[in-house]
Every structure is written in C-alpha cells, then in structure tokens.
Write a protein that binds this ligand. Sequence first.
Ligand SMILES: NC(=O)c1ccc[n+]([C@@H]2O[C@H](COP(=O)([O-])OP(=O)(O)OC[C@H]3O[C@@H](n4cnc5c(N)ncnc54)[C@H](O)[C@@H]3O)[C@@H](O)[C@H]2O)c1
Length: 269
Amino acid sequence: MHIDLNGKVAIVTGAGRGIGREIAVTLAREGVITVVTDINESNLNDLRQEFVQQGYQGSQYLCDVREFGQIAEVVRDVEQKLGRIDILVNNAGVAGGGTVDTLQEEVWDLNLDINLKGTFLMCKAVVPIMKKQKSGRIINAASFAAIVPSYGSAAYASSKAGVEQFTRVLAGELGPWDITVNCYSPGMIPTDMNHFAELPAQQQQRLLDTLTLRHWGKKDDVAHLICFLASDFAGYITGTMIDVSGGKLATQIPRIAYERAAADGKYEF
Ligand SMILES: NC(=O)c1ccc[n+]([C@@H]2O[C@H](COP(=O)([O-])OP(=O)(O)OC[C@H]3O[C@@H](n4cnc5c(N)ncnc54)[C@H](O)[C@@H]3O)[C@@H](O)[C@H]2O)c1
C-alpha cells in the first residue's frame, strides 16, 4: 500500500511551529502543494526558508484564524493560483487554563475563538470550493482533552469538545459532496505549547503513568495520521475522532503492565 498525495493542494493552519509545522513539512515531502498560515511571521519565514531549501511546493500566509476577512483573502488567492483545495488541516490552537473560579473571561474567549470558531471560519471559507470539486478532506485538531479533560482545563477542553461535535455536524452536511470531515486527539506530544519533556522528572512520570504506550508522542505520529486521512485509502472514514494518544487511559491504571514487566526484568522505569 502506497499513500499517494502527489499534486494535491492543502491548507494547514497554525503551521509556524509544533505539530502544524511537522504536518506541513510531511505533506510537502509527499508532493502536496502546501499552503501554510500562522500569526507568527518569524516562524512563517523560517518555514518558507525550509520549503525553498528542500524544493517543496507551497506558500505561506500571515493569517489569523479568528479573522474571516483574512481567511477569505487567503482562500481566494489559493483558488485563483492553484484552482482547488483538496485538504484542509485545522491545526491552529492555543491552550489557556485556570479553574472556573479564577479563569479569566478573556482566556475563555481566546480558547473558544481560536480553537473552535477559527475551525468553523476556515471551513466556512473552504467548503464552497470543495463542494464545487465534489471532493475534499477536512481534518481538525481536537485533543484528548475532549475525551477526558484535565484539572483546570474548562476553556481548552470545552473548545476541543466543540471541535469534535462540529466535526460530526459538518461531516453530516458534506456527505452528499463526498467531502470527509474527521478530527484527531493527540495525547501528549511535547511542544512549545506544553513543554512536557522539560517538566521535573516526577511530574513527567505522573503524566507518563496515564499512557498504555509509556513514552511521549512524536509530532510525526500526528503527521502520518493526517497523510492517511487525506489519502484515497480513508475515503470511507468520516465524522470520526481518532485518538493518537498512546492509549492514554485506555485502561484504568496502565502503569500496572509496566510494574509487572519491571518485576520480570523486561522494563526499567
Ligand atoms: N502537543 C500536544 O500534545 C497536543 C495535544 C492535544 C491537542 N493538540 C492540538 O494540536 C494543535 C497544535 O498543537 P502544538 O502543540 O503544536 O501547539 P503550538 O503552540 O506549538 O502551535 C500552535 C500554532 O498555532 C498558531 N496559532 C495560534 N493562534 C493562532 C491564530 N489565531 N491563527 C493562526 N495561527 C495561530 C501558533 O502561532 C503556533 O504556530 C493545537 O490545536 C493543539 O490544541 C496538541
């Protein structure tokens, strides 16, 4: 089985760094004409340089997913220049926290505006083009927080649960045009958003204790899923949430398996 994405056109939001950047570079390496957006100009310039150096096809736009005017301009430009949009990856996101009594209204709004409304606005702009094509793949970043939220994550978890439900609604609306809409839930992938791998050792161990596969996820674990969901092989998958979390809380106390393995000399904590 060979995933062939060569010549397809993708937009990846929030691709200046982290998982989004990995998704963009992976798609571009697969021959996808990859349009990236972000609000961080210097990270976009850095990515532009990588595209030039590697001979990847694509373009970079400064674009805030909260601003429909900016989004519409990017989408219009892409349609004029490339004639189509096959893949939309709504990766842009923020994670602001706080317990409900201390959570500031602005932090709540920021999470909802970028993570949920941003996803809606991007889809609103791209869907008419995909409908004309009678094809398309929309892939949204949810989070494991949409499945089991963590302490103090009311704003983030609510926004990501919204993304999951939005994904299903949109999948239902776009079925007649053969456009699939799915989302994914990364578990714990160290990035500048969370700095997991820089936490004190004891805190890292506590987080790793929740995992069935007891190690941090990698950015390319997500990028590879995106390639599959964007490909012809995933044509019959829509309206789903795919968990890329190393089996986080798949069992009640995943650590037990590791304690048993350690007792048998097969694992070292
Ligand atoms: N890293 C994880 O373990 C993890 C877990 C669950 C979900 N996620 C989700 O995956 C996505 C990427 O996460 P990450 O860890 O790479 O985060 P990150 O903070 O490293 O990257 C987020 C990117 O989004 C961009 N961005 C922020 N606001 C924007 C806006 N208004 N418009 C356009 N771009 C904007 C940022 O500039 C940045 O480049 C997010 O949606 C996040 O919620 C990540």
